[in-house]
Design a protein around this ligand. Sequence first.
Ligand SMILES: [Fe+2]
Length: 198
Amino acid sequence: MIQKFDDLFQVPVYRSPVPNWSTTLKSDFLNLVDWDDRECHAGHWFDPVESSQDVCAYTDYYKYYDAGVQPDYFPNLLKILRQPLQEFQQLHPGSTVDNAWCQRYTETACHPAHNHGAIGYSAVFYAQLSRGASPTAFFSPVADPWTGQIETIVPPCVEGDIIFFPSYMIHQSLPHRDSIDKVIFSFNLSKSQEQILI
Ligand SMILES: [Fe+2]
C-alpha cells in the first residue's frame, strides 16, 4: 500500500503576542526612534514609488545593524520582547540576539523578496500594523511538484505580534496599502559554533 510521509520536511515558524504592547508600551517605545534622521531616509530600494523629500520610508539598517552599531532603543526592545524571546530560547538553547533594526513603511513602500542567509532564525516584531496593512509574506522553500509554482503564505499576524522563522526563508514586505505607516523591528538569532556542534 502506498504510504505518504507527511512530516519528511517541515518549516518551523513561531508566533507570539508581546504582552501590553498596543495598550501601554507602544507610544513611549516608538518615541525612542529618531524618525527624522536623514541618514535613515537615504532613498533606499524600498522607498515609495512616488517618493518625495517629505514622504519617505525609514530604515536604520544601514546606519546601525550593517555598521555593527546597536541603536539606542536596542536594550529597551529586548526588555519589551523578553517573554517571547525567553520562550524561543528555551526551544533553541544558546540562540542569541546582538542587534536589531527598524523599518517604517509609508504608503506603497515595500521590501522585495530576500532571505537573511544561513544564520539561524530571524524575527519580525510588528510594532505598528493597521487593519489595512499586510504582515510579512513567506515563500515556500519547495515548489509544487505538478506546476513548479512557489506557494506564498502570509501568516495572520497582528500588531504586537512577533514572528520567528528560519533565516533561509525567502520573504517580502508587500507594497504597503494603508495611510497609517507600518513599523517593524527585526533581528537575527544565531548560535556560537560551539553551541551548534553540541
Ligand atoms: Fe527580512
